[in-house]
Design a protein around this ligand. Structure first.
Ligand code: ADP
Ligand code: MG
Length: 381
């Protein structure tokens, strides 16, 4: 009986998730912060009054050849739009069901896309430096909230016989090279020399793994604070300018959730990937050279590749170009499995100075989002 109830619960949850679409896009416009507030010009973004809270409009003003100013309005629609007033709580409310899916054994990817300063890290993680104590919980982003939810739910699921083990890894992809953010030795000299080479490979069961990467057993919700602190520490050591570095690399936090039901004998393996992408600002190749040029090309290429992979998946293409970037190669299994769930946050800076970048981000996200229509059609046929 328990077995039936349990599988009914999972089925129902999954059906609801599928109705919402396996590829979803949320837009989040952050509030003005710091000195931005003082500049009192008209903001380019507005939110039409609609019940579904899923529309946003961007107004672009420009001067024509005759010196006359004109403006163009671009309307966008996503699965959900979060205004600057939306709290971390409200955002997580819309994410928590996906976290439950990972517990139920599904592969889940949640991405934050957007230009540097658009709120990606705030959304995924929370404030830059997470101090273990004395912090207002409201400010926490998706990673700590997800882990907390997972712990609360595993203790509930324990009553139904489920026992879970959680293992985490945290890596950074910089210039198409993987870096272990949980490696212990980073504080000592020449961390990068000491790190063994990380390589993506397929294990005997066909799972995508990374050779030499640190895996940490996440045995309490508090453990995640330790883990984020170590990652932050490793980043600081690795970079002369930490912010600059993190804006030019992808960071990928992965939790493997293995469940066994001691009463029914069922088992499940879910994967939760939480990805803070490199800044999407269009970096022009002209004018840069050497390392900078290589870096720029790597970012442009891997973000474009991510868009291509999601588009190909949604179209049901035969060939999915996972191998074109380290990021998509790493996430191949999670993105490609038939039952996988993908959510992309497109993060937007509301400042007038960012209008052009915001437009590009919203257009990229639309490309990802319109894939969903393709999926829906395909299913209906
Ligand atoms: P990114 O990671 O995209 O470069 P950040 O997450 O670091 O951007 O955000 C840039 C700045 O804006 C930070 O100071 C951050 O604290 C602030 N910020 C971002 N989103 C919000 C938000 N929803 N509410 C309040 N402040 C925010
Ligand atoms: Mg950031």
């Amino acid at each position: 009986k328990l077995r039936n109830e349990e599988s009914m619960r999972r089925k129902l949850h999954n059906t609801i998730q599928e109705l919402k679409g396996n590829i979803r896009v949320f837009c989040r416009v952050r509030p003005l912060v710091g000195e931005e507030k003082a500049a009192s010009s008209l903001l380019p973004l507005s939110f039409p009054d609609c019940d579904d809270q899923n529309e946003v409009e961007l107004m672009q003003s420009s001067e024509n050849a005759l010196g006359k100013s004109t403006s163009k309005t671009f309307p966008f629609k996503f699965d959900r739009v979060f205004t600057p007033e939306s709290s971390q709580n409200m955002v997580f409310d819309e994410v928590s069901q996906l976290i439950q899916s990972a517990l139920d054994g599904y592969p889940v990817c949640i991405f934050a896309y957007g230009q540097t300063g658009s709120g990606k890290t705030h959304t995924m993680q929370g404030p830059d430096s997470i101090s273990a104590s004395g912090m207002d919980d409201e400010i926490l982003g998706i990673i700590p909230r997800a882990v907390k939810q997972i712990y609360e739910n595993t203790s509930k699921l324990a009553e139904r016989g489920w026992e879970y083990t959680l293992e985490g890894q945290f890596l950074e992809i910089y210039n198409e090279t993987l870096q272990d953010l949980l490696a212990p030795s980073a504080r000592s000299t020449q961390a990068s020399d000491k790190q063994s080479k990380l390589e993506i490979y397929q294990d005997s069961e066909g799972h995508t793994r990374v050779k030499n990467l640190t895996m940490v057993t996440v045995d309490s919700a508090e453990r995640v604070n330790w883990l984020l602190a170590r990652a932050a520490d490793n980043r600081t050591v690795a970079a002369t300018n930490c912010n600059e570095r993190s804006s030019r690399s992808h960071s990928v936090f992965t939790l493997f959730l293995r469940g066994k039901n001691t009463l029914t004998g069922e088992s499940s393996t879910g994967v939760l990937n939480l990805i803070d992408l490199a800044g999407s600002e269009r970096l022009s190749s002209s004018g840069s050279s050497g390392d900078r040029l290589k870096e720029t090309q790597a970012i442009n290429k891997s973000l474009a590749c991510l868009g291509d992979v999601i588009a190909a998946l949604a179209k049901g293409s035969r060939h999915i170009p996972y191998r074109n970037s380290k990021l998509t190669h790493l996430l191949q299994e999670s993105l490609g499995a038939g039952n996988s769930k993908t959510l992309m946050f497109v993060c937007v800076n509301p400042s007038p100075a960012s209008t052009q970048e915001s437009l590009c981000s919203l257009q990229f996200a639309t490309k990802v989002n319109s894939c969903q229509i393709g999926t829906a059609r395909r299913q209906a046929a």
